[in-house]
Design a protein around this ligand. Structure first.
Ligand SMILES: C[S@@+](CC[C@H](N)C(=O)[O-])C[C@H]1O[C@@H](n2cnc3c(N)ncnc32)[C@H](O)[C@@H]1O
Length: 262
């Protein structure tokens, strides 16, 4: 049920919870009216929302890195039976909780890192993993953990990308002396950001489009749709991963060896 607040009260509380990265319309009050990207992420979602099932009734959704809750709210609006939205940042979770309250959308929230999704102990029909990968020191680990522990069917993915937007048909193998392909702009490249990018010290990586696609495929996600440069809708594929090359987190140490009787 939505809480009945006057526009003035919504504005007052939204301002107290700010600044917002998600500019959302909460019963006529915009959460970030001066957002540098304008109506964001609404304007972005309108460009790719058609690839996400319009009817999610009976489906469960996990939104990892939910921020102000935009995608969690949209998935609930599409009828998902259950939406769990997680983020590491308690301030963003407070924004998302407020947005859910004002709009009357029933969403569950938890403070959780993507690295700890195994703790949820369940899989979700749709995992939303938008705008988080490039903020992680260990992006492939995160994708591996999502695959291993929480993804059941669909993954909606987005990353900041830089470099070529072309997709390379990556060869299965190449000879040791075949070095030219590495200089192709469309070769999968993950640009490392040692210091800061766009003033944000949590921007660690900027893949090109080919690299986002290759990392997704390599982590067990087949690409169904690529509606815009940064966005991919994927389907989880079972993978036969050798124990020693799967996601190791927390690191296996002497304790684990003892437990395993080795
Ligand atoms: C650029 S925002 C993206 C928000 C939203 N998913 C979107 O696409 O608009 C990145 C979000 O990821 C969250 N985040 C960063 N590291 C995380 C982690 N290890 N686990 C979960 N969320 C994380 C941040 O707190 C932030 O809310």
């Amino acid at each position: 049920m939505s809480i009945a607040l006057s526009p003035d009260e919504i504005k007052r509380r939204a301002e107290a919870l700010g600044p917002w990265f998600h500019n959302m319309d909460l019963n006529g009050v915009w959460t970030a009216p001066d957002h540098f990207l304008g109506d964001y992420p609404g304007v972005k979602f309108r460009g790719f929302g058609h690839v996400v099932p319009a009817d999610l009734s009976g489906k469960t959704v996990l939104d990892i890195g939910c921020n102000g809750g935009f995608y969690a709210l949209e998935m609930k609006r599409r009828g998902a039976s259950r939406v769990l939205a997680v983020d590491v940042d308690e301030d963003y979770l407070a924004q998302a909780r407020f947005a859910a309250e004002v709009t009357g959308l029933d969403i569950e929230f938890a403070q959780l890192s993507v690295y700890d999704v195994a703790a949820l102990g369940e899989r979700f029909d749709l995992v939303v993993f938008m705008g988080v990968l490039y903020h992680l020191r260990h992006p492939l680990l995160a994708l591996d953990l999502i695959h291993q522990h929480v993804a059941k069917d669909l993954l909606l993915f987005q990353s900041l990308q830089r470099g070529s937007a072309e997709m390379m048909d990556v060869p299965e193998n190449a000879a040791f002396w075949d070095v030219a392909m590495f200089d192709r702009p469309d070769y999968p490249k993950l640009h490392f950001i040692e210091h800061r990018y766009a003033d944000d010290p949590t921007n660690w990586w900027a893949p090109n489009a080919s690299c986002s696609a290759a990392m997704l495929r390599s982590s067990g996600f087949d690409i169904l749709e690529h509606p815009e440069e940064e966005v991919f809708l994927c389907r989880r594929r079972d993978m036969d991963i050798p124990m020693w090359s799967g996601p190791v987190y927390p690191a296996r140490g002497p304790e684990t060896k003892k437990e395993a009787g080795r």
